[in-house]
Design a protein. Structure first.
Length: 157
């Protein structure tokens, strides 16, 4: 007679369950890290484009003589304010404040003559505060540079 033993123990052992949980945790960690990096890089791109658009808006309002004046932009670490030139005065009713999309984005200015304001000339749209603004994130190692030319034109890399 043939002696066949049938194993009726079906299921997973504790070791198998722990291995599966460990592999899943590793995959989630890798995906989450990549997502955070991507999100940081994307927010830097969005914020650099916001800086460009704010500068262009101030220059266009200057060239169109909106409210019969020239306009400028005041920069802080993570905010920008369009103001009626010649000088920035906090709390003025004509000021328009803009905040960057990510609180982890930082603006670093390198303008001719130093300072943190850019004012556009009423007739030509030119500025004497030309230079660069580095838009960077503490989350991702991404940096975009916004360049302001003496002519008042603005571009981002």
């Amino acid at each position: 007679m043939l002696n066949i033993k049938i194993n009726s123990n079906k299921g997973l052992t504790l070791v198998e369950v722990l291995v599966v949980i460990g592999v899943m945790a590793l995959i989630v960690g890798i995906v989450f890290g990549s997502f955070n990096s991507f999100r940081g890089t994307k927010s830097v791109s969005i914020d650099a484009e916001t800086v460009v658009e704010i500068l262009r808006q101030a220059r266009n309002e200057t060239l169109s003589s909106k409210n019969a004046g020239a306009y400028g932009v005041k920069f802080a670490t993570s905010t920008m304010t369009i103001f009626l030139a010649p000088t920035y005065v906090a709390g003025t009713a004509t000021n328009r404040d803009f905040t960057l999309s990510s609180p982890k984005t930082v603006l670093t200015l390198s303008l001719t003559g130093g300072g943190s304001t850019i004012v556009f000339n009423k007739l030509t749209g030119e500025t004497s505060q030309n230079g660069t603004i580095a838009v960077s994130s503490s989350v991702a190692s991404s940096t975009k540079t916004v360049t302001i030319y003496k002519t008042g034109l603005v571009e981002s890399n």
